[in-house]
Design a binder for this molecule. Structure first.
Ligand SMILES: CC(C)(COP(=O)(O)OP(=O)(O)OC[C@H]1O[C@@H](n2cnc3c(N)ncnc32)[C@H](O)[C@@H]1OP(=O)(O)O)[C@@H](O)C(=O)NCCC(=O)NCCS
Length: 241
């Protein structure tokens, strides 16, 4: 299951391992094939989604989380079990690792980490642009957005939403509480790679896809540094099914 070039020893403790996959067009047979590899409770949950693309996104996300955990632990992904807490947060049965997943449009991203906690999110920028800023953005953040070039405002507000959701997933509260209170000083963001920005003081990065339609965020407990976000072809993830 491990793609060529990945070794579990490459990941230091508290260093995020993040993979993004652009999904194929869903077919009933693909969703059924994926579902067959998940435990019965996850299969039952996924089968309740009305749309085939939602079933595919969720099933693929769960396989992707196991794929990362298998890589980090040097074991077969099929041996990696996930449980959920009472708020729906998935976590590995092994206590020394953590995992997170997000889906939007054709993208599924997952992150895993050893000896720490992680949260990830991905959003289509035009979807976030339609949301009411004041429901999730603090007064300081609104001032930062107002001060930036109007061409970048939608990207800035999408980055904030994404950062807050990723942090909410790390904490396990999602987007149910503290969105405005958990404020990010975007003016202090430092560009660390092409399309990638880090926020000082907290371990967060936000990154855009090269077409600038989506934005993703990673939040983890550990030292700040650029995060390699690997684009992995979906066929590679499913290679060993
Ligand atoms: C978690 C949450 C932010 C997801 O947002 P979304 O935009 O709908 O979906 P995303 O694609 O970004 O992420 C979905 C994934 O987040 C994960 N997730 C769900 N609840 C989570 C939580 N509390 N913490 C961390 N991750 C969570 C799941 O793995 C889910 O994928 P899956 O359903 O295929 O397993 C949102 O649903 C939320 O805030 N939930 C609150 C949970 C809560 O308090 N529930 C109370 C029930 S008693």
């Amino acid at each position: 299951m491990r793609p060529p070039g990945y070794e579990s020893s490459e990941w230091a403790p508290r260093e995020p391992f993040v993979v993004a996959v652009r999904l194929p067009i869903p077919t009933p047979s693909l969703s059924t094939t994926l579902g067959a590899f998940l435990p019965p409770d996850e299969q039952a949950r996924i089968s309740r989604f009305r749309h085939a693309d939602d079933r595919l996104r969720s099933a693929f996300g769960h396989i992707l989380m196991r794929y990362l955990l298998g890589t980090l632990s040097g074991r077969s992904w099929k041996a990696c079990r996930l449980v959920r807490d009472q708020r729906g947060r998935p976590r590995p049965e092994r206590q020394d690792m953590d995992v997170s997943v997000a889906h939007s449009g054709e993208w599924v991203i997952a992150g895993a980490i050893r000896d720490s906690r992680i949260g990830v999110d991905v959003e289509r920028i035009e979807d976030v642009a339609r949301a009411t800023l004041t429901t999730y953005i603090s007064d300081d953040e609104l001032a930062d957005i107002a001060a930036c070039n109007s061409r970048h405002r939608d990207k800035q507000s999408a980055a904030l939403w994404c950062l807050k959701e990723a942090e909410g997933k790390l904490l396990g509260v999602g987007i149910t509480e503290g969105l405005r209170e958990r404020s990010f000083p975007l003016r202090e963001a430092v560009q660390s790679r092409r399309w990638q920005w880090q926020i000082r003081g907290r371990s967060h990065v936000a990154q855009m896809d090269s077409e600038q339609r989506y934005i993703l965020a990673v939040c983890w407990e550990g030292p700040l540094g650029p995060v390699p976000i690997d684009l992995v072809p979906w066929e590679l993830v499913l290679r060993d099914l």
